[in-house]
Write a protein that binds this ligand. Sequence first.
Ligand code: F0G
Length: 454
Amino acid sequence: HFSKFEPYRVKTVEKIKTTTRQEREKILREAHNNMFYIKADDVMIDLLTDSGTSAMSTEQWSALMRGEESYAGSPSYYRLEKTVKYITGYDEVMPTHQGRAAENILFCNVVKQGDIAISNGFFDTTGAHVQNNGGIVMNIPSFTKETIFTDAKFKGNIDISKLAELLVTNSCRVCFVIMTVTNNIGGGQPVSMANIRDTSAICKRYNVPLYFDACRYAENSYFIQKYEDEYRDKTIVEIAREMFSYGAGCTMSAKKDGLANIGGYLALRDSHLARECRQDLILKEGFPTYGGLSGREMETIAVGLMEALDEEYLEYRIGQVAYLGELLIEAGIRIVHPTGGHAVYVDATSVLPHIPSLGYPGVALCGALFLEGGIRAFEIGSLLQGKQPNGSEKAVGLELVRLCIPRRVYNRSHMRYVADVHKYVKDHAENYTGLRISWESTRLRHFTVKLEKI
Ligand code: F0G
């Protein structure tokens, strides 16, 4: 048995600009300690997101050349439609410029004022689109801030007993349940098929539609194959198809498991609802056979969706995330373990234990990683989730930093470097202070907030 290697040869390279600590100190100050204000050219290892950051394959670049740019009825649309139907079994496929546009189109048709939408974990834009349409969001993950650090395997699950309770008392107000696979705000953890099946059964009983936020459905399917005995001999696409069979439709950001740089879609079973949605699609995105995308982009998504189902790719992909996780554990850092599909979630308080929650230890860790190593990461803690509807601030009690790994972009030496920088920051924790907010917007504040050191 020889050691494993990344199953890709590099064909085009992008030079990483190196910076000095002194330069990064200035960059960080000028960015108001907010990673979103830093220019990508000033970042050495960019782990801000796995969204739209994948390296395209030679097959995708070739498909791009085939892109057909007719306004109506492009063959590129039909290729995308065929692929999405093959994977999901949903007949109604509406391309959108990215995932949140699919959410917008669906939710403006299914959410009424005062309705409740339930999830194992709403991504920030997904929840915001429900609220934008007058709805109320309820997150009922199965994990708590205590249990997320246990070694349980499907910590992305929805809390089934809470769901049943909510539907018994409130089913007439619940407009839908949406299952996020994998659970991005819940440590990137997978959802089991058993949990999906149970959720679907409860939803059917109360006549509430179940949708999937399917961004990382291929990675989730891989975990089902690895962890759930009865799926060990099933292919990834068979698992994905079974999962989608339990739902009424999905929203998708093809910037993740579509291995594309932009794009998404809404796929539905119900043709009546699809007819309604298409009116909004035309208004907000574009004609139904391009919906905000060029033919070229639809081609790259159609190919990328199939490549993401390849088991060799998934093994490498999820293995890389796990590898970084193991290195961090060796360095004495607490992470959500076993790691999920797209990112390692670090407990920032295990690196910077002296910073209280409302000093935003996750933001402080992101700052330290950038300062010492030019690494860009993303806080999922009190800055992202601490603002209450009444304007007050509440510590969420779980201060995570997400090290999100772009697909097919970095290799093992980059991962080792990231772990080395973490170890340095942990060993010099006293050098880093908490932060306070000097300016914030009213919605989705983390994108544009300005912070200063305390
Ligand atoms: N749902 C989930 C679970 C997501 O993670 C994202 C995006 C979206 C929906 C929205 O998709 O960006 O194409 O509009 N997540 C990225 C991230 C931005 O960094 O996790 P989009």
